[in-house]
Design a protein around this ligand. Structure first.
Ligand code: GAP
Length: 554
């Protein structure tokens, strides 16, 4: 893998983000804090737009998804059940000479090597690995470093009071599954969506905001029936092609169709906010990469300026979002650890099962039993015996025959900050203009899709010392303000003001000029509307302006 030449591009993007108030280093006046970033005025608007679009698309505009807003600190038992306390770690090693700490897999990758994973699950550095800081080959063996931030709840700092800042928003959804099911009048298949902060004490935060220690996630857990239940009710499980959108959800879809559906729905979302398919990449995790309980995971990638090229010059991209088919692992874990049932009762299944021929019942029973036994064996507590596991799997399969099951889940999990960075990188455009005297100037335009643009419209009076123009421009601002983010600007030449809005990524500007006031009577109460991307201008009636803009910025 070659290092991308575009780190210069990243430097320019970082500089524009600071100069224009998209992103600042957290605690900058104290020298900053590694892995933490603040969003300035334009960044805050951009982020808000992205989250609102996700929320609207994924929850409000669907009948089958409900929302949740849970706390950041939850019972530590949740993180025990989810596996985060025991296994949410990265391999880390230290240079014995310069004391620099590295994430072992990244250290190897940066040198074209692959970290060795032994049969016992422990890691080892391959021959030749050196410290990228001082070139020493004296490195400690890799050891796991848990990424969760620890804190204490209450005034006593004891092990009994340890709590964690959530490393993902997903677990709260599983923990509240029953409450949401009972209060939202949803039935499987249905989803629960959540947007919120997540924290990971990354060993080496890098690539600007891409890998941060505090970030936001937008996660959906979409609960579906197990394939055996679908087969019992509908006779068979429909599978769909692994490419392309499978269309409207169907009752006989199994996990594979739902997974493909959500991958494509998420791609549509990205296309709708200006990330074309060409800017995206896909990575379907191999069986070796998949968690033991997962059926599939497709990562949607974005071709960032820092994304690496292969030997043929192709750029796959880096992860924006993962869409995982996680079986019934999560709810099963919480059922086992909390002792609270997480299953649902499905009368359609109960009735369908009763009508099945005996061989079909036996076949489905056996398959469900094997799946459950497999899960129970892999996640058994140390004191659980094979007999206990078999008994539990038998109970579970008997439950299926009576219409009971623990839902499976498809999880589209996206990072807000990575998406913001992708949108910024995608929007960043530089052009050089040379005037008649041969003087060159670089022009920066942030070509955001109007739906995500921080400011939707700039309202500019042609001159600020003409009270009638100013009065009219303020009236236009006030007309639009309740509907969208408007920026009123009367400072400097009109060209300078357009350039300022281009850098902020404002898709439209309206200028109030003497024709607006009726200098040419036929143009009374019209404005000049300017398009950011090509500078095109047209005349529009003030009375039509709001609806014209709303049709484009929503
Ligand atoms: N619940 C599943 C889950 O959390 P993940 O792949 O670890 O899966 C999901 O995270 C998404 O969260 C990633 O695709 C990425 O967009 C974002 N994300 C994860 N770690 C991040 C970090 N350190 N900084 C910024 N975003 C991160």
């Amino acid at each position: 893998m070659a290092e991308p030449k575009e780190n210069l591009q990243m430097e320019k993007i970082v500089s524009l983000c600071k100069r224009r108030g998209f992103i600042f280093q957290s605690s900058e006046i104290y020298g900053g804090i590694n892995g933490f970033w603040d969003y300035g005025p334009l960044g805050a608007e951009l982020k808000r737009n992205v989250k609102e679009l996700w929320w609207n698309t994924m929850t409000r505009q669907r009948d089958d998804v409900a929302g949740l807003e849970a706390t950041i600190i939850m019972s530590p038992a949740i993180w025990k059940a989810s596996g985060h306390v025991d296994t949410f770690s990265d391999p880390m090693c230290d240079c014995k000479k310069c004391k620099k700490r590295h994430r072992a897999d990244q250290l190897c990758e940066d040198q074209g090597l692959t970290l060795i994973k032994n049969a016992d699950g422990k890691f080892a550095l391959p021959e030749g690995t050196k410290c990228t800081n001082c070139d020493s080959k004296e490195l400690t063996e890799p050891r796991p470093f848990n990424l969760m931030f620890k804190t204490y709840v209450g005034p006593v700092e004891s092990e009994d009071n340890v709590a964690y800042l959530r490393p993902e928003t997903a677990q709260a959804i599983f923990a509240q599954f029953k409450n949401v099911l009972e209060t939202s009048r949803q039935k499987v298949p249905f989803g629960i969506g959540q947007i919120g902060k997540a924290f990971r004490n990354e060993v080496t935060p890098r690539n600007y905001t891409f890998r941060s220690r505090e970030f936001e996630q937008m996660e959906l857990e979409f609960f579906i029936k197990p394939d055996e239940a679908i087969e019992a009710i509908h006779g068979s499980v429909v599978t769909v092609p692994e490419t392309g959108h499978p269309g409207e959800p169907q009752p006989n879809w199994g996990w594979q169709a739902w997974h493909q559906y959500w991958v494509e729905e998420r791609v549509r979302f990205y296309e709708n906010i200006g990330l074309s398919r060409e800017t995206l990449g896909f990575h379907r995790q191999t069986p070796a990469e998949l968690a033991h309980y997962a059926r599939a995971c497709t990562d949607i990638l974005f071709k960032f300026p820092f994304s690496k090229q292969d030997e043929n010059g192709n750029v796959a991209g880096d992860e924006l979002e993962g869409i995982a088919a996680r079986s019934d692992f999560d709810l099963s874990q919480h059922a086992r650890f909390s002792g609270k049932p997480m299953g649902v009762f499905d009368d359609e299944l109960r009735q369908a099962w009763a009508k099945l021929p005996k061989e079909k019942q036996d076949d489905l029973w056996r398959r469900y039993y094997e799946n459950r036994k497999n899960y129970l064996t892999k996640s058994a507590k140390p004191d659980e015996t094979a007999e206990q596991i078999q008994k539990q799997a038998t109970d579970d399969a008997n439950g299926l025959a009576k219409g009971q099951y623990i839902p499976h889940v498809i999880e589209p999990s996206a990072g807000v900050d990575r998406l913001i960075l992708a949108l910024i990188a995608n929007a960043y455009t530089e052009t050089t203009k040379t005037d008649d005297k041969g003087k060159s100037e670089t022009i920066y335009t942030m070509k955001f899709h109007p739906r995500v643009a921080p400011i939707k419209v700039g309202v500019l009076p042609l001159l600020k010392n003409k009270p009638d123009l100013v009065k009219k421009a303020l009236a236009v601002r006030d007309l639009l303000r309740p509907w969208m983010n408007v920026y009123y600007d009367d400072g400097g030449s009109i060209g300078k003001r357009y350039a300022r809005q281009d850098e902020a990524g404002t898709p439209f500007c309206v200028t109030i000029d003497f024709d607006t006031l009726g200098e040419k009577p036929e143009l009374l109460d019209t404005v000049t509307l300017r398009y950011r991307d090509d500078g095109r201008q047209e005349r529009l009636k003030i009375s039509e302006l709001r609806d014209w803009l709303l049709a484009r910025v929503r």
